[in-house]
Ligand binder design. Structure first.
Ligand code: SF4
Ligand code: SF4
Length: 232
């Protein structure tokens, strides 16, 4: 997620739709891996990311936490997981735990949404829809060519575009509602219970490791969560 504030410093001044062409395609990263280092806690994971990581690694969400591949942190009042960068021998921050020795993504087909997007970002409109932006100079490789945004994201059919749009809009909408609800709660105990609800139902509880079925399952869990947040 890219925050609107501070946008001026990082974007090229244009919004893109999925069908727009954007100059972001490097001709293969060739072991560069610059954007897979020093990301701190910024590669925040959504439920689809976690389903994909579970599938790629054969480990559950809790096992990935125990193995220090992911970590929890508080983002705008909600506890959410992110990829945990490896530590260097001197205790500094190293690269992503899924980066291979050759400097390539070891889970390319299953990489998280924010990695798929890079160097694009998603920004949110007031009505809960989104547009894409290009983070200028974020990718260090010169000489990029133009590519359709949807193609860059691997959304190669109308169905995939639609599933992806609905998923991201519903997930964003749920987080917005959760944050509103959180602001209305009076005690730490209540806030903690709401955060745990999100973690347990959308991360810890296993997803069916199949994208088409995931979207259906996600929709059901979203409806259940939304019912409890009605009026917020
Ligand atoms: S910075 Fe650009 S070229 Fe380097 S790994 Fe990331 S996307 Fe590839
Ligand atoms: S998941 Fe892959 S693309 Fe994303 S930071 Fe890790 S190595 Fe890089």
């Amino acid at each position: 997620m890219i925050r609107e504030e501070g946008l001026d410093a990082i974007w090229d001044g244009r919004y893109y739709s999925g069908s727009d062409l954007v100059r972001c395609a490097s001709a293969g990263c060739s072991g560069c891996s610059a954007c897979c280092h020093f990301t701190s806690d910024t590669i925040i994971l959504d439920p689809l990311d976690v389903m994909r990581l579970e599938k790629a690694s054969g480990s559950s969400f809790l096992e990935l936490l125990e193995a220090d591949r992911i970590q929890l942190s508080v983002t705008d009042g909600l506890i959410l997981p992110h990829i945990r960068m490896k530590e260097t021998p001197s205790g500094g921050e190293g690269g992503c735990p899924w980066l291979t020795e050759e400097g390539r993504c070891g889970i390319h087909a299953y990489r998280p949404d924010l990695c798929r997007l890079f160097p694009l970002g998603r920004v949110w409109n007031e009505d809960g829809t989104f547009r894409y932006i290009l983070q200028k100079d974020a990718c260090v490789r010169p000489g990029k060519s133009k590519v359709e945004v949807n193609k860059w994201l691997g959304l190669t059919t109308k169905e995939k575009v639609e599933d992806d749009r609905i998923f991201h809009e519903r997930w964003h909408g749920l987080l917005v509602k959760m944050r509103r609800k959180m602001a209305l709660l009076e005690t730490d105990q209540q806030r903690s219970a709401l955060s745990l609800y999100l973690l347990r139902n959308f991360y810890e509880r296993r997803w069916i490791a199949d994208e088409a079925r995931f979207y259906r399952q996600f929709s059901i869990r979203c409806n259940q969560a939304g019912d409890g947040l009605e009026g917020v």
